[in-house]
Design a protein around this ligand. Structure first.
Ligand SMILES: *Cc1c(COP(=O)(O)O)cnc(C)c1O
Length: 400
């Protein structure tokens, strides 16, 4: 059941993201709260089994965030200090940071200009003698070209960790759900994702032994029998609490409904924005691959000042975000690794022009009309006034 308070009134700002919490979610969280068991209780295993069933996999470990899932994934893959890991600069920063947590080095390569996922040819060129792994991201919910990346990994003996944090419900060309290829795959359940647990994440493990290791590492390295006296390895507190698992269970029950509501909103934008000159919309599904809609990011027409566009949209009650900024151009990455503008031109061009529009399940036709109308009007305004145009709109590297 959706909340009627979700409808914005005249003068309200249409928010970028909004979780879809129904009566079932409220009831299940309340039941977990009333049970008196708030951590390491029955909801954890139930949530893991329900997610495994949805994905068609056997072993899932639920953890406290998508970042925690990525961290435990690279550890399970066998990452070691000094290793190089080939990954994409067009992602949320966590997919590169998790490599740094273990003293290894993210080596970026450019992206595909259509899907914005890692370009397998660029990935091949980036593999060197110290490379031990590949970390592709299914960006904006569009499946990365895993068959070609898996070939590359086989050829060079590399491990693979998939960042599927934006892609729950997406399907590969060969019909396999994203995250179910037998690789380590991380999901995230932050409130803007397809389903939410508040904070939360999960790791798909290839086998029972890997899940046992991950379960132990998320819980301070305790032995699997939960012996409080023995810590058999270095661990963390990456546990997902019972309230979050209850929320996640209720959301998973509604997964198909939530995914189709997101697809409806995406189709609504596409219909309304298709004819705006120079505006690029997210790539349509191709070759049997199916995107799971996470965000609706457009590329503004070349030369349009994105900062001015965002301010004008905000004045019309539309929240937007420059999403995503290129990771290699963050000051921390530039200073630490010497990355500089111009190294990954496709990524940089996309990152400079990309703008996320409000996107969640509760956007109705009137909100879609409003956002689309506002974008159309703002672009017309900016094109009519040369002072508001800059030859090359610089990224303001807004956070996520
Ligand atoms: C959301 C997300 C994550 C994980 O984020 P958390 O906030 O740690 O749950 C990781 N990678 C990508 C690409 C994401 O979008």
């Amino acid at each position: 059941m959706q909340q009627s308070s979700a409808r914005p009134h005249a003068g309200d700002t249409i928010a970028l993201a909004r979780p879809d919490i129904g009566e079932r979610e409220l009831a299940m969280v309340l039941a977990a709260l009333r049970s008196g068991r708030l951590a390491l209780g029955p909801m954890l295993g139930e949530f893991e089994r329900a997610l495994a069933q949805k994905l068609g996999v056997e072993h899932v470990s639920a953890v406290s965030s998508g970042t925690a899932a990525l961290h435990l994934a690279v550890r399970a893959a066998g990452i070691a200090p000094g290793d190089e890991v080939v990954t994409t600069p067009f992602s949320f920063v966590a997919s590169a940071n998790c490599i740094l947590y273990e003293g290894a080095k993210p080596v970026f390569c450019d992206i595909d200009p259509v899907t914005f996922n890692i370009d397998p040819d660029a990935a091949r060129a980036a593999v060197g003698p110290r490379t031990t792994g590949l970390l592709p991201v299914h960006i904006f919910g569009y499946p990365a070209d895993m068959p070609r990346l898996e070939d590359l990994a086989r050829k060079h003996g590399l491990w693979i960790v998939e960042d599927a944090c934006e892609a729950l419900g997406a399907v590969h060309e060969d019909g396999v759900p994203v995250g179910a290829r037998g690789n380590l795959a991380a999901f995230g359940f932050y409130p803007n994702k397809q389903i939410t647990t508040g904070e939360g994440g999960a790791l798909v493990c290839p086998d029972a032994a890997t899940k046992a290791r991950v379960d132990s590492e998320r819980n301070q390295g305790r032995a699997p029998d939960m012996d409080w006296l023995d810590h058999v390895r270095l661990g963390f507190n990456y546990r997902l609490d019972e309230l979050s698992c209850a929320l996640g269970l209720a959301q998973l029950e509604r997964l198909e409904e939530l995914l189709s509501a997101r697809a409806r909103v995406a189709a609504g934008y596409r219909e309304r924005l298709a004819d705006i000159d120079g505006l690029e919309l997210p790539c349509p599904d191709s070759g049997g691959a199916r995107r799971s809609w996470f965000v609706f990011c457009v590329l503004l027409p070349e030369g349009v000042d994105r900062v001015a566009a965002m301010a004008a949209l905000r004045a019309r009650g539309v929240e937007t975000k420059p999403y995503l900024p290129a990771i290699h151009l963050f000051s921390f990455y530039r200073e630490r690794f010497g990355y500089r503008p111009g190294q990954f031109p496709v990524c940089e061009r996309v990152a400079e022009r990309s703008l996320a529009l409000p996107f969640h399940t509760q956007l109705g036709d009137s909100e879609l009309d409003h956002v689309s109308g506002a974008l159309r009007a703002v672009l017309a305004e900016l094109r009519a006034s040369p002072s508001a145009r800059r030859p090359r709109a610089r990224s303001d590297n807004g956070g996520t």
